[in-house]
Write a protein that binds this ligand. Structure first.
Ligand SMILES: Nc1nc2c(c(=O)[nH]1)N[C@H]1C(S)=C(S)[C@@H](COP(=O)(O)OP(=O)(O)OC[C@H]3O[C@@H](n4cnc5c(N)ncnc54)[C@H](O)[C@@H]3O)O[C@H]1N2
Ligand code: MOO
Length: 419
């Protein structure tokens, strides 16, 4: 068969594209089924990972009755004879007789026999040194288990680890957390026409994805080392197969850019076939970005790896990242499929017939509105650089002003897009 006939045959034989929402949930499910193994990380090294087990507390919280004020732990009615002092960190003797007190510091363990704690500022002294005063009606200490009881589940498996969770885990007595291993990702850039330095011209464009995609992947929780980014890979089938094989040796996910169609130098499909990959998703009914794909390889020993084919048009590649790669990585990390926030369209967005339209928008979070941006051609990145995410215009609809629509957020950090 000639190249042209083979390409035409491949297109005729291709199954219809998956619906965008269906593709999203399908890749999430295969990711979750291949969730990465648990590893232990010290608390100081756990930020950004995902809990592989529920977070439970090892003791009651607080673990002992704890004074919440500086003052006097008293027994019975006053005035009270001072019989000692207890500081935070000490284990006090009990108060055994009415009319006695120990000086107590905030955070100190409350002696057994204590009937009240008198704040230092509410107390006085008799000439012979006894303590006087009236304790406030509310108890001035925290009972064991007030916050949580030993063994209680505080957060479920799948929770992303953040500084608040790390602090809570420390207060519960943990030194380490069982988290999912970080996904390892690699990037192969396809396209002989790409320049890796200097201005574009004379038929050649700058590779805009090799520098950008690794940073997006890291924001989704991946480890990507500089040596994991390779390209441009020569536009031949053997070079594609060799590059994929090498990248797959060390990665859970290999992203490729370009070559997703069936042009004369588009080798991704035949390369995946040569490697024995099966397609999880092969084209998605979304604009832009429909040639996106996700393929899976399963080793003889059961090890699962994925190839995400991102279309070459730069904005389309990012659409594929948010549509397929983000849900896959959520699954691999054992997280929930991210729910999509809703916003009210502040400007009209055309529909795309039977296809879902992902339209770049800037969010006004205070107002809850989504504002379509300009420069949104699939070959452009200018609109993306001023947007927070994509409004989802469902098949058969168009985005009227005032419509409530889901938004797929870009993984931006606090402080970005604040102008
Ligand atoms: N006959 C048809 N041709 C095309 C169709 C179609 O339906 N029928 N779809 C178009 C759509 S939509 C897309 S998207 C692209 C996808 O093509 P590939 O994934 O095979 O990508 P390439 O052909 O390699 O490149 C497309 C375009 O993007 C530029 N490019 C590629 N990589 C980069 C990069 N790393 N940085 C910047 N720009 C990149 C490349 O120069 C091309 O201009 O297919 C359409 N064709
Ligand atoms: O779908 Mo292409 O990805 O529109 O440019």
């Amino acid at each position: 068969m000639s190249t042209e006939t083979a390409a035409a045959a491949a297109q005729v034989a291709a199954p219809p594209p998956a619906g965008w929402e269906e593709a999203r949930s399908r890749v999430y499910a295969v990711g979750l089924a291949a969730a990465l193994p648990p590893v232990n990380r010290s608390l100081s090294d756990a930020d950004g990972y995902t809990l592989a087990e529920p977070l439970t507390t090892r003791t009651d919280l607080p673990a002992f009755p704890t004074s919440s004020v500086d003052g006097w732990a008293v027994r019975g009615a006053g005035p009270w004879d001072v019989v000692g002092r207890v500081l935070a960190g000490q284990t006090p003797a009990g108060l055994t007789a009415d009319g006695t007190t120990v000086e107590i510091a905030t955070g100190a363990m409350v002696p057994t026999g204590t009937t009240a704690i008198l704040r230092i500022e509410d107390s006085g002294r008799t000439p012979d040194g006894r303590v006087t005063g009236t304790p406030r009606p509310n108890p001035e200490w925290r009972e064991p288990g007030e916050e949580a009881v030993a063994g209680e589940e505080l957060l479920p498996a799948g929770t992303p680890v953040d500084p608040a969770l790390i602090g809570l885990a420390a207060s519960c007595g943990h030194d380490q957390l069982a988290v999912r291993r970080q996904p390892r990702a690699a990037l192969l850039v396809f396209g002989d026409e790409l320049l890796t330095a200097g201005p574009p011209g004379s038929g050649r464009v700058r590779d805009a994805l090799g520098p950008a995609v690794p940073s997006w992947l890291r924001r989704y929780g991946c480890q990507v080392r500089p040596s994991d980014v390779v390209g441009p890979v020569a536009d031949t089938l053997p070079a594609h197969v060799a590059a994929l094989r090498a990248a797959l040796a060390g990665a859970d996910l290999v992203c490729t850019t370009g070559g997703t169609m069936h042009g004369p130098v588009d080798h991704l499909h035949p390369a995946l076939e040569a490697l024995g990959a099966d397609h999880v998703v092969n084209t998605v009914a979304v604009r832009p970005g429909f040639p996106m794909l996700l393929a899976r390889l399963v080793d003889a020993d059961g090890r699962v790896r994925f190839v995400a084919g991102l279309p070459g048009n730069p904005q389309s590649a990012i659409v594929a990242l948010v549509s397929l790669v983000a849900p896959l990585l959520a699954g691999l990390q054992g997280r929930a499929l991210p729910a999509l926030p809703q916003a009210t369209l502040a400007g009209p967005v055309p529909g795309r017939g039977d296809y879902t339209h992902l339209a770049l928008v800037r969010l006004d979070r205070a107002a809850g509105t989504a504002h379509p941006v300009r420069h949104v051609g699939s070959a452009m990145l200018r609109g993306l650089a001023g947007a927070d995410g994509f409004a989802v215009i469902r098949p058969g609809t168009s985005g009227e002003v005032g419509a409530r629509v889901p938004v797929v957020p870009l993984p931006l950090l606090p402080g970005e897009r604040t102008w």
